[in-house]
Design a protein around this ligand. Structure first.
Ligand code: SF4
Length: 193
């Protein structure tokens, strides 16, 4: 996939885009960007599991906080995540149930790395929300054993309540003034969902 146009748009927005040919290259890049003595937080992510990057970081000595240690993850030196969708204009869209992931992506952690497979790239914001509500959420709901309408029908039923996985939507247009480095790894491979 040719990421040239998207790379230009992300750079203009203040992100640091990095083109990766595949997941292995992305994992190597993540390991090279994060110093061994710095801490790393993350939320749940199928993409990061596929990259096996959490294990590699922990094995070489990085202190690692996952979503079970979300208070520490929110103050780590780095936060690692994929994204639910990335528009062709460079907006990064995520929807969370508990918001620990999206909150750390926008405030409290200085350096962020998004690892995004090419299957997450969509035309615009409407397509991003549609993708997440009618595709991603269904698969996550099934994976996590939720009883939401999307888990049953495969389509969003606009649920509310404790089981809802769509309580907060974030659209990141640019890095904030409190963030130093926000990398967007554009991976030419289908990863996560
Ligand atoms: S709002 Fe509810 S039904 Fe719709 S996608 Fe989210 S969790 Fe599923």
């Amino acid at each position: 996939m040719d990421f040239t146009d998207l790379t230009k748009k992300l750079s203009w927005r203040g992100f640091i885009p990095v083109k990766c040919r595949n997941g292995k290259e992305a994992a190597d890049k993540i390991l090279s960007l994060i110093p061994v003595n710095e801490t790393v937080g993350t939320g749940g992510s199928v993409t990061l599991s596929q990259l096996d990057v959490k294990t590699k970081l922990a094995e070489r000595g990085n202190r690692f906080f996952d979503r079970n240690a979300y208070e520490s993850a929110a103050h780590a030196d780095w936060f690692l995540s994929s994204a639910n969708a990335l528009t062709e204009n460079g907006d990064i869209v995520n929807i969370d149930g508990s918001a620990n992931r999206v909150s750390s992506l926008i405030f409290g952690v200085t350096n962020v790395i998004y690892a995004i497979g090419k299957n997450k790239i969509v035309k615009d914001l409407d397509a991003a929300i549609d993708r997440i509500r009618n595709y991603t959420c269904h698969l996550n709901a099934v994976r996590l054993g939720k009883s939401t309408p999307c888990a049953i029908t495969g389509k969003c039923g606009n649920c509310t309540g404790k089981e809802c996985m769509c309580n907060v939507t974030t659209i990141v247009h640019h890095p904030t003034r409190y963030q130093e480095k926000v990398y967007v790894l554009l991976i030419d491979e289908e990863l996560g969902y």
